[in-house]
Each structure stands twice: as structure tokens, then as C-alpha cells.
Design a protein around this ligand. Sequence first.
Ligand code: MN
Ligand code: MN
Ligand code: MN
Length: 293
Amino acid sequence: MQTPPVPAPTFCADLHAHTTASDGALSPVELVERAAARGVTHLAVTDHDTTAGVVAAQEAAHQAGTLRVIAGVEVSTLWQGREIHLVGLGLQGHPVLQQGLAYQQAQRWERAEAIVARLARSGLGGAETVIHRRGADAPGRSHFADWLVAQGAVRDRPQAFKRYLGRQGRAWVRPGWVSLETAVRWIHLAGGRSVLAHPYAYGMTGAWLRRLCEAFTGAGGEAIEVVTGRTTPTQVRDALGLSLRHRLAASCGSDFHAPGTGLEPGHLAPLPDAARPLWDHAPELLTAHSPGA
Ligand code: MN
Ligand code: MN
Ligand code: MN
């Protein structure tokens, strides 16, 4: 008698998520458990300017047995004076990428110290505890935002960014990120695919977004996030338009950071039928070797 075939789990890709290696609330293991429990079959771990959470997540995924972890990163870049985030997926490691990320981490530490100084000048001393608490992992602005909330200086994270940490805020520090073009090159050297992250998070007009897509395609960029955890149906339609117009493949990722934020791993609208999914363009992303596998 033949054993009936085990039905394959329904494909569910989430190609953008954070862990405690950057500003996520869950450890790599906890993130993988949460994603597995929600039916994610392909999860990219994409921490800000670090791949430090990837190996632990891949090992946890191997234990879970129902999902694959794609080695990723989210690189902060500068383009035309604006901060633009690129997601790199399917990384195989390369000294140039790792040196580049070390440079980005150094920028984060410098910025953190400048933020501490500016907060102190605004009468909010003691923010260096944020730096000390992070240990070896570089602090991001959201860590300072949480500290400001804990101090009672602001109501919540958005207010912390508005009053202090954002571009108009009193503790704003201009970041020294790498250029968009260089970040694409780092990702490619590491064997990865580059994705323009959350196009509607930059507050750009349609004309600026088209210019950005042109620059990104010109640099060799391959894909754009058409669906994120926060995109509205209108934004999905417009992002699909950008992806078709600029011949960028379509990616999807929740940008999950923490439980209780309204986002969950794998909680994503489907890509529109007309989209050309990144995994069709780059099938190796779905079959990549994971350690121990
Ligand atoms: Mn973040
Ligand atoms: Mn981002
Ligand atoms: Mn992100």
C-alpha cells in the first residue's frame, strides 16, 4: 500500500522582518517560532545593517522543519539627501558586504553618541544608558524613542520622532549612510538580490518615486516591495505600477518588528495577479541552502 503524499504547506513568503540583532523585539529563535506558527514557509531575516541574527534563525528554522530562513539585511542608504532602505536577500556572505556593514554600524554608533549629546542639550540627560544596554549591537533611533517614552518625555514612538529624533526634531542627527548605488553593489557581491523597501514610507511624490526607481534600476536593483504589512490597496496598486514600469520584480514583506504593533510575520495581502514575483525571477531564494540542512 502506498503512503498518501503529505500535502505541501501553502506557500507563504515574508521577505522582510527584524530581530533583536537590530530594533526587533524578538530574538531570531522567537521570530522563527512566531513565523512558523503563522504558516510562513519562507522568511527573510533582514535586520538593519547587520546579518548577526541570520544563523540563529536558520538553525531554529531547521529545528522547526516547516520554514526556510533566507539570509537578508536591510541597508540604510542615502539617495539625493534622503534616507532610502534597501533589502538584500539570499546573501552568501562576502568580505566587501561585511566590511560595508561594519562601516554602517560605525555610523550607527557615531549617530547614537551625537543623539545622546543633543538630548542632553535639550535637558534630557542620561540617554547613554540606551547605548550601554545594547551591548555589542548598535542602537537605532527606535531604542532612543523607547527610552524617551520610558522617561515620560513623550507619549509614544511617533511623538519621540516628531519632537526629537526625526528630521525636524531637536536631537536630529544627519546619518552618514552609504550611497544607494554602493549598497546595491555590496548586495550583489554577496550573491544577493536587492529590493527597494517600503516605497511609501519615504513621503515622496509620484514623480520622486519614479526618479528613485530609475536610479535604483540604473544601479542594478532588481525588485520593489509591492506589498508590506502597512500598504493600503491603493499603494499596492501604485507600487505594482512602479514595478511594471521600471521592470522591477515584486517582493512582499511585513517589516515585522514586535508583537502588539498590528503587524505579524506572514500577515500580508497577496501580490496582485499582474505582479512578477521576485521568487520567479530569482528561484534560488526559495531553495537556498541553510546551515545544518
Ligand atoms: Mn526598524
Ligand atoms: Mn526600513
Ligand atoms: Mn525594516
